[in-house]
Each structure stands twice: as structure tokens, then as C-alpha cells.
Design a protein around this ligand. Sequence first.
Ligand code: ZN
Ligand code: FE
Length: 254
Amino acid sequence: MLTILELPVLNDNYIYLLHDPVSGETAAVDPAVAQPVLDVLEQKGWRLTTILNTHHHSDHVGGNLELKQKTGCTVIAGVSDQHRIPGFDRGVVDGDAVTLGKHTARVISTPGHTSGHVVYHFAGDNALFCGDTLFVMGCGRLFEGTAEQMWRSLQKLKALPASTQIYCAHEYTQANGRFALTVEPGNRQLQQRMEVIDQLRANHLPTVPSTIEQELATNPFFREDSLALQEAIKMVGKKPVEVFAEVRRLKDCF
Ligand code: ZN
Ligand code: FE
């Protein structure tokens, strides 16, 4: 079993520490800052072997150099981001495998939020580390990509097994859910989920991880096929990618 720790840092970021007890290898996914990672490594007696970056934004790579300098870990990121990932060692492309002991992640290229964004799917561990591509009930803003690119990226994630655990890089769930309710107010599962989420946040508890199954039922960026959603945003009969683009546009001005 892969041990997965979720570290809340900065305002709303999550760093994930993945530890394989058999090999002793440990990976940090998107270390925004170094110190909280170093603290956990020391507490647990773990050695950091790998950094997995999803993209180059500073709230995802801010701890790279210090962690690399103090642990000698290898920094892995999308190859097209090699010039803007601090400490970059190894570039990956869609379909590549990344291992942590006997655990293997497949790299999925997901341009849209940024052009070089990649996500890491540990199929054997049922876990997806998706950075700023997919959020709980949301998706990343389109900084360097088109709606069409992001839509295609999200289609790849939609096709993963329904039970896949979604480890995204931000706690944006409550705001995302409030927006989701405006485009699909009659979605019962969404209403019920928001009650649970509001309760969790009132107690300062994380809402991440989620699952692909939960996202299919409640994430408006996965629900361009919903007639109720199409009606609410006046996009009935439009192409799925056009419906998606309109949901993204509405969220940007929400
Ligand atoms: Zn980002
Ligand atoms: Fe981010």
C-alpha cells in the first residue's frame, strides 16, 4: 500500500506526500513550500526521493530547490516545462511511467490551465494527482490553453475508473460548489453534497480527495451532457465543448 499524506499549506494549497514502505521511496507532489515537507519527513523518518510537479506555477514548485538541495531528490515534470521548473531533472510526456518502488503512475498530459500541465495516475493505488486541471466540483482556469484543449484533457480524466480518488492541488470546493448550484440548481446529489461540504469546512476539514464518480454526478465541468445544465445556461443543442466553454466563461465571472 502507498501511504498518502495530505498537507494543507499557504491559503488553500495541498501538498501530497506519497510513501512506499517497501522500498522506502517518498514523493512530494507539487511542493509549494519546503518546510512542512521537511517537517513530516523528519517526523516519519522518511527520505524524499522524488518531486512530481504537475505544472510550473509558483504555488506548485516553490519548495523544489530547497527540497532538492536538502534531500537530493529527483524533480520530475512535463518535458515542455523544463525551462520553467526549478531544479528540473527528468521530463515526462503523455503515457510515460513514473515509479515509486513497485507503484507505477502513468503520466497523462492535460493542457489547458497551462500548456505543459501533466497529471499522475497511480492505477494500482486508485489515485490521481491532478494539480490544477480538475478540482472538486471545478476545473483550472484557462491561463495558457483553449476551452477545447481543457475539455479534451478533462475527457481523459472522465474516462478513468469511477472509484479513482481525486487528489487536486487546491481546496476550492466550497466556492466551486456555490457556482455549480447556479448552473444546475435542481441537481439533488449536488445539493446533498454541498451540505456535507459546508459541514466539513465549518469544521476546517479537507474536502479532498473526491472520486471520479462524485465528480461525474456534481462537477459542472464534467456535466456538459446534462440537459438541466444546458437549459440553465441556454446552451441546449450545442456541442459538448461549447457547453463546457460557456460553463468556464460563467465561472470566470462568478
Ligand atoms: Zn496553477
Ligand atoms: Fe495552483
